[in-house]
Design a binder for this molecule. Sequence first.
Ligand code: GDP
Length: 696
Amino acid sequence: MMNLTRQMIEIRNLLASIDHDTIKLPSIVVIGSQSSGKSSVLESIVGQEFLPKGSNMVTRRPIELTLINTPDAAADVAEFPALKMHNLTDFQQVQKILFDLNMAVPEHECISNDPIQITVRSPRVPDLSLVDLPGYIQVEAADQPIELKQKIRQLCNRYLEAPNIILAISAADVDLANSAALRASRVADPRGERTIGVVTKVDLVQPELATAILTNRKYPLKMGYVGVITKIPTANKTSGSLFSRKTVSGYQAYVAQQNFEYNYFKENKEEFTGTTTGTRNLKKKLMKVLEKSMTASLRPTHFAIQQELEETSYQFKVEFNDRPLTPQMYLANNIDALKLATKELSHHFSRAELKSLLKNELDQKVLNLLAERYWNKPFSLKNSNVVVEPDLRELSQISNIDDDTYWHKKLDLTTSSLTKLGVGRLSTSLITNALVAEVENLVDITQLRNHPMAKAAVKDAAKSVLGAKYYSTADQVENCIKPYKYEIEIEDREWQTSKENAVKLLKEELRQADDVYNYLKKLIGGRKLQQVVTYLEKLNQNQSLDLDLNSKEALGFSPQLIEKGKEAIFLKDRISLLKMRYLFVKNSKKCKKKENKYQCPEIFLDAVSSKIASTSILFLNVELLSDFYYNFPRELDLKFFTNLTKEEIERFAKEDPKIKKHIELQERKDLLENAMSKIEGVLAIQRTKKTGNDSG
Ligand code: GDP
């Protein structure tokens, strides 16, 4: 059966991660001035050299040392639970870690409230909970700023409070009246009820003098004094020991010290009658005292945990309606929600939707091509050598288009530009980007929106699934629209639909050009714009356009105004052409028939882009989308479950302050429940023990 101290230490360590003021389980706090032998006492209790040493080595952080007796263990092991470092068997390494942790506190800060927690398991240690307190005394005396002194005193006072037990270390070769440790302990424990005096270096004074100190008359402590020899004197004159600190270390040193101490007190048995001596007895005493103190703390601790638990449970009920939540659950719920939303997306983000997306994009390309090849009125400079191209106005007048090679060639070239613009890549990029954007929208309807890292990870997942297929899809789409590069067959029904589309597009284009023109008019003022336009048109007629336009000032018009004027002329021409084309495409008998495609390029190009869009989407749907809907949920699993550690999941969930609060409250409740059941177990054992004792 586990002893009470061990179980209480376990409960205490369990509660260490939550902040609370009410639950206080006793610990043994070790204080002593420099060179009093404090480190040596701690190390002889542990049986290992593990504390950082060196000249001027001042403890800057409290070391909370938990000792756990493991009777059957083959070796001593240490662990730093907060650092997730376990099973350390090399105590030189432990010493190094402690040194680094200590030195991590900058010298000017002097001290840190943040304790170092270390656990040592060994067959030689008793179950104990010890605290090595920072250089309380030496700092007290040192020349430190007042605030720092205050900070140190506050930290130390907290540790020296009841129910903690104070282990006050003084050296036998220094007058007890000068013991800084006893002075400090008297402040925290004036009646000397919680202090054990440890007198070190007993070998350095005459046994009679040591006994006088240990018999506890001058500075009485209820728990008395223990005399120890925790280090073998380096050059021992009295006993003539062969052991020297330089020749032995580690376990050997421990054995040597134990032997030396044992022999010393054995040899001087008479002189030490009536005193408590030896580290062995010190350990026993500490165990007994701590157990007694733990027993006394049992009921108050039980009560405090109960109260804390009730409060936490109440808060959990009120704030979170008792809804359980762990980081894993939170993550799983959100990823499930995202997967479900993706499934729904596969239904509503259908082929029709995709096609209209691609068609819009192609419409834009068609409009650009039309503007560039058809609607752009060439600046026909009269009487100049520039070859004047046929005016678009002529196109509507041609009666027998079949023989007109100019317009034939123009449409063939324009169509070819359309089919060869790289539809494979264009459509694949378009759909890829659209899907990634959709996924981002989906994330925004889940709680993942509050997690920047998760948001980025989801986007990455979508991109990597789509990216894996990008090049092969683009190539294959390009391949499947290849036939249109050579021949395009259009049905009457298709022509009809495209005619309607073309009319709509022309109307919209016209509206936009009108808007821009009106904006310009508003910006410059109608009259002023008219003046500059008239001026420019006159110049044009005078054939000296280039010459005068380049001069800085022309008739009081600024270069900017001249630019705007040119823009207005361009827009006016574009508007009149668009109007003409709109009326022609809409009303002319010619545009009713697909045979007249050369005279109705707007309709024909629309029909071509429609065909390209349908064919591309058909393929993209099979090749890219089906693959995405299948692989995206798998990629999410990989990214969020397979690749994330427990700590990363926890960090992720706690990014959202509300979730963090929920999870932490749940954790606190779980911890307290656990502690509660443990302490109730201890209480039950105490009760049976008591009834056993009573009846016996
Ligand atoms: P700390 O500064 O209080 O941690 O003291 P240390 O444990 O480092 O001890 C200071 C010095 O006293 C060291 O040189 C130790 O070897 C020596 N020392 C510690 N305990 C004893 C002891 O019981 N007997 C003798 N003779 N020397 C001791």
